[in-house]
Every structure is written in C-alpha cells, then in structure tokens.
Design a protein. Structure first.
Length: 92
C-alpha cells in the first residue's frame, strides 16, 4: 500500500506501507512530505544531500505517536506525529 495523504495513513496505521512524497530534513528525523502529510523516517537522521527535496519512497510500519511531544521544559513536537518504524528508502 502506498500512502500519500492523511486519510490513507490513518486507514493503514500499524501496517507496513510505502510513503511517497518529497524528501525533507527535519530536527526529529528525515521526513517524507506531501499532500499535507509529514511522515518521519525514524532511524534516518537526514537524507543524503542528493536526495533532499527530491521525490522519495520510504517503507516501514506507519503509526501516529505522541512520544516526541514537548514537555513543559523540553523541546519536541507540538503533538502527535506520523512516523515510519524500521524505515528503509529508495528513490522512485
């Protein structure tokens, strides 16, 4: 299953999927971005320079989590985020 938006991410939470979008770097991890969906590729700190801002497909188990949410005196996300666990990637 290829995920390209929030609806398909929600429908496939907990499953092994491919997320297609644009490779972007973020503080939390490398991310796949597109159609209003941001999915962090856990285990990949950043995309290699030749892949940044290019189309990418990443595969792993998709889930929405609050484990990276900021605490009162901590840095972090503003709430739940989508992640890929066991993330592997390839250029389309």
């Amino acid at each position: 299953m290829t995920i390209t938006d929030t609806a398909s991410a929600t429908a496939n939470a907990g499953k092994t999927v491919t997320v297609a979008g644009t490779a972007r770097n973020a503080k939390l991890a490398a991310a796949v971005v597109g159609n209003g969906l941001v999915v962090y590729c856990l285990g990949t700190d950043s995309w290699p320079t030749p892949l940044t801002n290019k189309p990418i497909a990443a595969r792993g188990v998709i889930e929405q989590t609050t484990e990276f949410a900021a605490g009162p005196d901590e840095a972090g996300t503003t709430g739940a985020v989508w992640v890929l666990r066991g993330c592997q990637y390839e250029t389309p």
